[in-house]
Write a protein that binds this ligand. Sequence first.
Ligand SMILES: O=C(O)[C@H](O)[C@@H](O)[C@H](O)[C@H](O)COP(=O)(O)O
Length: 244
Amino acid sequence: MSADPTVVVHASADLLTAATAARLITALVDVQAEGRVPSVVLTGGGTGIGVLAHVQASPARDAVDWSRVEVFWGDERFLGAADPERNDVQARDALLDHLPLDPARVHAMAADDGPAGGDPDAAAAAYRAALDGRDHFDVLMLGVGPEGHVASIFPDSPAVRSTESATAVRDCPKPPPTRISLTLPSIGWADHVWLITAGAGKAEAVARAVSGADPVDVPAAGARGRLSTLWLIDRAAATDLPPH
Ligand SMILES: O=C(O)[C@H](O)[C@@H](O)[C@H](O)[C@H](O)COP(=O)(O)O
């Protein structure tokens, strides 16, 4: 069972990322109030990292017991571990390195100079092993590309058809070309999927995805949570949506 999309429109891109940061803090606090350890899946891209920067700046940041949060990534650029283009490097700079996280609960995807030895298929297999036994995330955040990609899942690609939990991606249209990515099946493990995007350049992708396009053509259309699927966008990204 997956949840139909709900759209929340914010007045600007900065309000979008600030409000999403507040939403994330509250979501994590609420799961911890149930006595569970929340699992959150982070995204790369300017919008996703912007959310993390707002969490870091928030006076409510430490309402979360960060030592009891599981952190995963939706995708990763298959580069050297210290490469500033890596999603986990940017997430650590923006937020994670400022938090008392339990390192054992932070699950980064392998780097091309790490144990995977430059083999993206080995790196994807290692992430599948890290996910082994798991079939649930609490909150999974995704940025959205202008053609509707999410994570590193692009239209009409092997990744959009993958039935694995994580896969290697080659010849990615968005540089760098080689990546590791969750897939639509593992994205669907999430109770709550948040698609976070801003700008007129994303308006067509938003409208096509929300109106139920074929996920092979618009992968964002296939990113749905079990309990909720939220499109968190700004006014510019909402311009192609029907008036409501
Ligand atoms: O590794 C990446 O680049 C991201 O995971 C990618 O999926 C990103 O989220 C989208 O391309 C949107 O990026 P922007 O928010 O910067 O438009």
